[in-house]
Structures are given as C-alpha cells and as structure tokens.
Design a protein around this ligand. Structure first.
Ligand code: ADP
Ligand code: MG
Length: 392
C-alpha cells in the first residue's frame, strides 16, 4: 500500500506557483487563472493527504479559488483577500467575507465520541433548515466551550460539511489584529457574505479574545467589533428570513466571556475530554484504514483517559504510532537511509513505502512520548463553569 503521495503534490504545487508568478509578472490573465486553479486543486489534494496540515491547505485553496474568481476583474480585491493592505484610504471590504470561506468536507462520521453533542448540534441545524411556521424561532447561535483540541472546530466543520453549507471560519484575534480600526466593517462584510452564500455556518473561534482585550486602543476596536457582532446576531433573531445562517462560536476560556456575549448564546455546550469509548473511536478514525487488531484497545483506551488526552493528543499518538510502524515495516529503507538520501526525487518516487499492522508497542511508546498540556485544575475550572453556566 502506498501511504505518502504528498511529496509529488508539493512538487506539483511548487511548479504551479512558479508558473503562476511568471504569468502574473507578464500580466497574462489567462495563465494566472489557469495556474491559480492548479494551485487550488493541489492544495485541496494536499488537505486530504496531509491531515495535520488540512486546515492550512484548505485555507490556501480558498485563497487560490478566490484569485481564480477575481483575477483580471478586480486586482485590488485580490490584494485585500491575501491580507495585504492596498494603501487606499477607502478600502473595499466586500471581499473580506469571501476570503474566510473554507471548503468543509468533514462529516459527522469523522468525529469520535461526543454522540449527544453531535445530536444536539444536528437538531439545531435541522430545525434551522426546515421550513417552519413563524411562531417557531430557531436558535441562531451556539457556544461550544471546553479544553483545547476536543473537537470544537471539527463539530462546526461537520455541521457545515453535512449541510453542504458555506463554511466561514473566523478567528476573532486575527480580525482584531490584522485589520486594526476596520474590524467592524469586516464583521458586517462577513455577515453580508454569509447572507449572500446562505445556507451558511459562521464559525467564530476564540470568542474570548473579544472580551480579553478590552483595555487600551485594542479595547476600543474590541468593543466595536463585539457590538457589531451582537447586532448581527440580534438582527437575525428578529428578521423574518428563510435564509439559514447559523453562528457557532468557540472558546477554551468561557469564564472570560461577559454577560452581553453569553446572553446571545443561550445554548452553551461543554465539549469535554473523550471518555474511554470515545478515545477508542477517535483512535480508529485516525488510524483508518490500517489494521489495529493486534492492539489491546481496552488498555490503550484506559491509558488515554488517565493521561487526560484530548482528540488532538490522540491524533498525535496515532501519528507517532504510525511512524514507528512505518520504520518497522520498511526496515530495508530506514536501515539504509544514508544511501536513500543520495537518490534523486525521480528515483525516490519509484520506491514505495509499505504500511503494515499497528501493534501494542507502537502505541505504548507513543503514549509515553505524548503529554497532555492540561492540569487537573484546568479541567475542574471547565467543569465548574459548565455546571454553573452550561446550557443546552
Ligand atoms: N472527537 C474527535 N474525533 C476525531 N478527531 C478529533 C476529535 N477531537 C479532536 N480531534 C482531532 O484533533 C484536531 C483538533 O481538534 P479541533 O476541532 O481543532 O479542537 P478545538 O477546536 O476544540 O481546539 C482535529 O483536527 C482532529 O484531527
Ligand atoms: Mg479549534
């Protein structure tokens, strides 16, 4: 079985980027579009092949897609989308929302554990999507909170992926820092795009950074952004509209949110660390399609819970275990690495890395290496907040 195609794709990407830059330098719009399209497609393939860089590759793919769309027609817009300031006093922000669009291919099946939470979000999404009498007011926003790496982003992406909705992925901190002073226009532009591309899921990550930075100059911007965001959320609540725009927001530090924010998110769902069964499911997802029948999943599941692993930690364990397996199964290559390193890219491409079954040793070694960054105090704080303010 061939397990790594990413090398070829990176080479292809580099080549296409070079050709794109040449075309751009020559003002050759047709080839600009052509190679931007190749870059977009290659980034999408890389997103599939290199799961740990998935988000970064999808972001880049979205930017290339935008260049394909706008090349030749609105050069200034393309600059804003790439995050560069054009220097014009009157900036055009209409394209900002578009630049946050991500392609989500995540489905509910890609998420291990969290069964109840998945159904809760599914329910909200379905109610929001169904045609309904005016008297039934759907939720417009949900707050997801809990320790980092537990699948909050993943849940939002799955909601968008399953609905085939447009997925806007917004990090508040980057809105605040990058576009200092213009942030409120960006929020307005974001929701305009969301309306234009409905059904839309707007995912607002790091919601806490709005509240955290309310002092000083940055504080002024934060307050305005917050006011605009809340107005957008309120607006949707009241306006009679059959367009589906659902705002999911996430924070790792819910205690830093203030009442104004909390009151807009009556649904506040705790995303906890995975229990034993969930750990096992997550490991299965992240080792698929490899053979794990030699691994004692009872023991591994227990160890993962004891070590306070998040979904992200489990993903790292799987990746580490797969590396050990790759070295074991391809001894001929790894014992010979210095000679292999002399080969050209073309020669390397002719050889194939094999994949074999994962064993217990692969996992116990990986578990010994990977430590959760969480302390018992961190977890208690989350659980206490959930008891007091969590609501579904
Ligand atoms: N429940 C889960 N099932 C499968 N993978 C998970 C789960 N939770 C986390 N992961 C893995 O960890 C990564 C980080 O999760 P993410 O959703 O970004 O966490 P958060 O947004 O809560 O910080 C995901 O991309 C995924 O690979
Ligand atoms: Mg996240």
């Amino acid at each position: 079985m061939k397990i790594d195609l990413s090398g070829v794709l990176y080479a292809q990407l580099k080549d296409a980027e070079k050709k794109y830059n040449n075309a751009k330098a020559n003002n050759d719009i047709e080839n600009v579009k052509k190679f931007a399209r190749v870059c977009a497609n290659t980034e999408k393939q890389l997103a599939e092949k290199v799961p740990d860089q998935r988000k970064a590759h999808l972001d880049k793919a979205a930017r290339w897609d935008l260049i394909v769309k706008t090349a030749g027609t609105a050069p200034r817009k393309a600059m804003v989308e790439k995050g560069e300031k054009s220097g014009d006093a009157e900036e055009d922000f209409s394209s900002f929302g578009e630049s946050l669009i991500q392609t989500s291919t995540v489905t509910w099946k890609d998420i291990g554990g969290l069964a109840e939470i998945k159904s809760l979000i599914m329910e909200t999404v379905v109610i929001a999507g169904l045609s309904k009498p005016e008297s039934i007011k759907p939720d417009k926003g949900i707050l997801l909170f809990g320790p980092p790496g537990t699948g909050k982003t993943l849940l939002a992406a799955a909601a968008a992926g399953s609905l085939k909705a447009t997925f806007f992925n917004v990090k508040i901190s980057s809105v605040l820092s990058k576009y200092f002073g213009e942030s409120t226009k960006l929020i307005t532009a974001l929701y305009e795009s969301a309306r234009g591309h409905a059904p839309s899921i707007v995912f607002i990550d790091e919601l806490d950074s709005i509240t955290m930075s309310r002092d000083g100059d940055q504080g002024e911007a934060s307050r305005k952004v917050l006011a605009t965001l809340l107005a957008e959320l309120d607006g949707f609540q009241d306006k009679k509209s059959d367009k589906l725009i659902l705002t999911l927001s996430a924070t790792n530090t819910p205690w830093s949110l203030d009442d104004a924010v909390l009151s807009r998110f009556p649904k506040r769902i705790y995303i906890p660390l995975p229990d034993k069964k969930a750990c096992q499911e997550i490991i299965k997802i992240h080792t698929n399609p490899l053979d794990i029948s030699q691994v004692n999943m009872e023991t591994i599941g227990e160890q993962c819970v004891t070590r306070n692993y998040s979904g992200r930690d489990l993903q790292n364990v799987c990746r580490d275990a797969m590396k050990s397996m790759t070295r074991r199964v391809n001894k001929d290559i790894f014992d010979n690495i210095e000679n292999m390193a002399e080969l050209t890219f073309e020669e390397l491409q002719k050889k194939t890395l094999k994949a074999g079954p994962l064993n217990m040793e692969d996992f116990t070694q990986a578990i010994a290496r990977i430590k959760s960054p969480l302390t018992p105090g961190d977890l208690k704080r989350q659980e206490d907040w959930n008891k007091q303010f969590g609501a579904s």
